[in-house]
Design a protein around this ligand. Structure first.
Ligand code: PLP
Length: 391
């Protein structure tokens, strides 16, 4: 087997964990649907697999491919789940105990906020939200001995806040806390939080990793060691695993992740620059724009600025809704990270549950997931939608 740790990202995405099938030579890892595996004697499994909740060859191939992408320089363990939130829940249940405290970035995905602020609160876990870019505020929020976890999402959904992972890891580790980074928006092609000091990476595989809006799955990646072992045990104990077909689709998505992210970055850069020039747009956020807070950190931490852009049209929430309802190439829909461009109004759609959070999403914010269509068509579509919203 070749050493995929020394090759470039796109090569790794195509090959790591995806060796041709040793039996048939198939260049695509097979989709194994079996729920159970023959044993050659009592308690003598024929291979590494016994029962598919504990391990399935297709899921294992995706998990090792993802681990190789997130952590090319050091051994890591990838674990695939039924959804991003199932991955998050398994992580939280593994590291938290009643009485523990979590420092949560104040603009994480609404579902992550809801999980911690409702289910985990009811189990005696306290959560404080902070601005993750204010390191003094993070330091002040951490309760040494009680804070078990600092959780950030960078860039965040949907405000595109960029957190300095290395600085946060230093702060958290000094107080004995772990750092979880939701890397859904950046993907390992653009950002590798484990190399920056994070203890565990969280993914909604549903988004860029899958890349085609045709699966729901999640993942955790942690360096080989005690935490990874506990997470793997709980993946089996709690049972919220990714199905074989979803794992197979996700692995197919990984193979084109390099080229897709390059296209998403190019398209989003062009769209953001075009929006930034307009009089009918009050504010544009894209980590690649010098005017967006966090641009300097993103430039050092990321190898590209991603495919997500947000803007606030002049005219407030009504204009935001009107733009989102007028596009034709951008589909009005929740989710993100697929090849097709999507548009939504987070405060009224994906982030309804963030209304009670410390930093609610503004009602006039429009979120774009810039796909891989021709940029000229995307810009023409936004142009007509903004004109329609002006009336
Ligand atoms: C940044 C981020 N993390 C986690 C999730 C949750 O993932 P899933 O919907 O796959 O459960 C989402 C979903 O939108 C997300 O955007």
């Amino acid at each position: 087997m070749a050493d995929w740790s020394t090759v470039g990202h796109s090569t790794r995405a195509v090959h790591a964990g995806q060796e041709p099938d040793p039996v048939t030579g198939a260049v695509v890892p097979p989709l194994v649907l079996a729920s159970t595996f023959a044993q050659d004697g009592v308690g003598v499994p024929r291979s590494a697999f016994e029962y598919a909740r504990s391990g399935n060859p297709t899921r294992a191939a995706f998990e090792s491919a993802l681990a190789a992408l997130e952590s090319p320089g050091a051994a890591a363990v990838g674990l695939a789940f039924a959804s991003g939130l199932a991955a998050s829940d398994t992580l939280l249940r593994t590291v938290l105990r009643p009485g523990d405290h979590v420092v949560l970035a104040d603009d994480v995905y609404g579902g992550t906020y809801r999980l911690l602020s409702t289910s985990y609160r009811d189990w005696g876990v306290a959560t404080d939200q902070v601005d993750p870019t204010d390191l003094d505020a993070v330091r002040a929020a951490i309760q040494p001995g009680r804070t078990r976890l600092v959780w950030v999402e960078t860039p965040s959904n949907p405000l595109l806040t960029v957190s300095d992972v290395a600085a946060l890891a230093e702060l958290a580790h000094a107080a004995g806390a772990l750092v979880a980074v939701d890397n859904t928006f950046a993907t390992p092609v653009l950002q590798q939080p484990l190399a920056l000091g994070a203890d565990v990476v969280v993914h909604s595989v549903t988004k860029y990793l899958g890349g085609h809006s045709d699966l729901v799955a999640g993942a955790l990646v942690a360096p080989q060691g005690e935490l990874a072992g506990l997470l793997a045990t709980n993946q089996n104990s709690l049972g919220a695993i990714a199905a074989p077909f979803d794992s197979w689709l996700a692995m197919r998505g990984l193979r084109t992740l390099g080229v897709r992210m390059a296209a998403h970055c190019a398209g989003a850069t062009a769209v953001a620059q075009w929006l930034a020039e307009r009089d009918d747009v009050a504010e544009v956020r894209y980590p690649g724009l010098a005017s967006t807070p966090g641009h300097a950190v993103a430039a050092t931490q990321m190898a590209g600025f991603g495919g997500m852009v947000t803007f606030r049209p002049v005219g407030g929430p009504q204009a935001a809704r009107a733009v989102a309802e007028a596009t034709e190439v951008f589909t009005l829909a929740e989710s993100l990270g697929g090849v097709e461009s999507l548009i939504e109004v987070p405060a009224a759609m994906t982030h309804l549950s963030s209304a009670a959070s410390r930093r609610p999403v503004p009602h006039d914010l429009v979120r774009l997931s810039v796909g891989v269509e021709d940029v000229a068509d995307l810009i023409a579509d936004l142009d007509q939608a903004l004109a329609a919203a002006r009336g």
